[in-house]
Structures are given as C-alpha cells and as structure tokens.
Design a binder for this molecule. Structure first.
Ligand code: URA
Length: 268
C-alpha cells in the first residue's frame, strides 16, 4: 500500500488534533499505556504515526483524525454493491473499508456486476469534481461482448445513440486482443459521462450484450497492479490524474489487433 497520503505526525499531536484532549494530556495517556497503535500499546513519547493508515485507539476507542482528507483507489470486485450499507445484507464496498480511520464514500457508482476502479473519499468537493458531467472526465472500460460489432456499428457509438435519458456517445471505442473465444470479443470504450448502466445500454443499442465490464481508468488514473478487493491511497499525483480530462488517442500501433494501452502502473 502507498503510505504517502500525508506525512507522519507525532502521536500526541494526532490525538490532540482529533479533538479528544490536549497534547499534554495525550502524553499522559501515552505514558499510562492507554494508547495503542495498530493493536500495540505505545508508551514512548515522540512516536510518529501515519494518519491515513495507522489505527490509533485511546482506552480502546478508535480515534478519528480531524479534517483528514482521504482518497482511495479501490478495485471493486463484481457482485459487490457500490454503497456503504445494504438492507438486504449483500456485500458492499464498505466491507473493504473497515480498517480506514475515517469514513469514505464512493465517487459515482459501478453496477453490482461491474468490476474495476472505484474512487472513495471523504472530500465532497473532489467527489463532485470527478462525477460532475461538466468536468467530462473520461472513464475507460473494457467490455466483453457476445459478438463482434462492425465498424459501422462502432461508429454509431462515437456519433451517439439514444438511451434512456438522452443521447450518449463514446469518445473512443476499439477492439482489444483479450480472450481466445470466437464467440466473445473485448472492446475498450471511453465515455466522459456517468449515466446509469451507460456502457451496457450503449452496446445493447447496437445489438450486443455486455457479458463482463471492467473500469480500468478514471481520467489518467489507471487501475494498474491493483487486485480485486485491494485499495491504495492516492497522493497528490494520483488525485491530479483522476481529475484529468485529457485522454490519449491510441496511436496506430495500439489499433485493434495490438495490445491494450492500459498497461499497469506502479506507484501513484
Ligand atoms: N456503465 C455501465 O453500464 N455500468 C457501470 O457500472 C459503469 C458504466
């Protein structure tokens, strides 16, 4: 996990900043053995902690850092609800966020049966920026279809097809060399809106069912090496990438028949 979301700070400052007590009293609590960091009692003063990552308790109670902004890039598996609760008891993204010291909320949503990159944050302004249609942040998906559309059909997606809620268009669509089946084909599609089941409805409109759907990038932020169910914290670079409205037009060598362009990235 990337730990550079914020810098390390002294434990007594962390406790005081959270508003539960003064820095001096925090020192007393530490000396008394009432403070635990990631399950271990810490009695030395001057220990530094990572507010975005370390779990700090005082007298057994979790201390939530004050004013801490957290940005999480999560690989949502399929069959997980993009919600922080579910009255029917289905798995939700919250199940994966239990360890976080602050509550975060999903930015936009992925369908139950869609997997891939989902951002979560407690920064409402950031969430709005990413999700707002005016920001037109490109979202890149890989879609497995039950057939091979013609160029003419794909061009329709670029020109725009009408789906519930109005016309929807892709800014890019191309075949990618994934899978070996003759029956199914994979396509990369980039859209810069986020309407309900938009990718599925657009392909349906040209006569194809989406059998599998995976979001691989938001703006310039790629899913990279993340595995299903894993998350990383975003630092300033990752945040900037997620907010980028630019997208790279694939060069000739990435046209259908060559490798997909969403090569995994390391640190962000
Ligand atoms: N489009 C869809 O159809 N589903 C998603 O989950 C996201 C985009």
């Amino acid at each position: 996990m990337d730990r550079n979301i914020d810098k390390l700070i002294r434990l007594n400052k962390f406790i005081a900043d959270s508003g539960i007590t003064s820095r001096r009293r925090a020192d007393d609590l530490i000396r008394e053995g009432s403070v635990q960091v990631n399950g271990h009692t810490v009695k030395e003063l001057g220990v530094r902690v990572h507010p975005g990552k370390d779990r700090i308790t005082v007298e057994g109670k979790l201390v939530r850092p004050a004013n801490q902004r957290l940005y999480v890039a999560f690989y949502k598996p399929e069959n997980v609800l993009t919600s922080m609760s579910d009255p029917h008891g289905r798995p939700t993204v919250k199940d994966y966020m239990e360890e976080l010291p602050v509550r975060v909320y999903p930015v936009g949503r992925l369908d139950w049966d869609t997997e891939g990159l989902l951002l979560l944050t407690n920064d409402g302004e950031f969430a709005q920026k990413v999700a707002h249609p005016r920001a037109a942040i490109p979202k890149t998906y890989l879609a497995k279809l039950n057939g091979v559309p013609t160029r003419e059909q794909l061009d329709k997606l670029l020109r725009g097809v009408s789906i519930p809620g109005g016309k929807a268009s892709a800014i890019h669509v191309s075949r990618v060399p994934l899978g070996t089946s003759q029956q199914y084909a994979w396509y990369k599609i980039i859209i810069n809106e986020g309407r309900n089941r938009q990718v599925r409805k657009m392909f349906e409109k040209i006569g194809y069912d989406v059998k599998k759907l995976k979001r691989v990038a938001i703006g310039k932020l790629e899913i990279g090496h993340l595995k299903k169910g894993q998350y990383v914290f975003l630092g300033p670079k990752g945040i900037e990438e997620a907010l980028s409205s630019e997208w790279e037009r694939p060069s000739k060598k990435f046209r259908p028949g060559s490798r997909p362009t969403n090569r995994p990235k390391g640190r962000r």
